[in-house]
Design a binder for this molecule. Structure first.
Ligand SMILES: [Zn+2]
Length: 117
């Protein structure tokens, strides 16, 4: 596990996705520029650029493809606990949760499930 991200601004359930995405980016772009990680419309948004300075359209497209794969992967992983989940909406809030966490959210402030990792 990468120690680069002691803190991520998304659910802990996505931590391994974030680490894998980071490792893949580093393998291709050792000096890649990190902008942020957040949950956007219920899915993982890993924002990065090939490097701080100039980059080609091709390189940016590759970064987008790579981070896009993890965004897609996050649609099937509970953001809270890391178990298999699905994208759900409640009013205007979009969240990717497993059934247990989604049930918990109806009655408690936050899910009681612990992280599986
Ligand atoms: Zn869960």
């Amino acid at each position: 596990m990468s120690s680069d991200f002691e803190v991520v601004w998304c659910g802990e359930g996505w931590r391994s996705l974030v680490n894998e995405c980071h490792d893949e980016l580093v393998a291709r772009f050792p000096d890649y520029r990190f902008y942020g990680i957040k949950q956007k419309w219920g899915v993982l948004a890993f924002q990065a650029r090939p490097r701080a300075g100039d980059s080609t359209d091709e390189e940016r497209a590759l970064v987008d493809r790579l981070t896009g794969r993890y965004q897609t992967a996050s649609e099937a992983v509970c953001e809270w606990c890391g178990r298999p989940g699905s994208l759900r909406s409640e009013d205007a809030e979009w969240l990717t949760l497993c059934n247990t966490c989604a049930e918990d959210m109806k009655t408690t402030k936050y899910p009681s499930s612990r992280l599986i990792m």
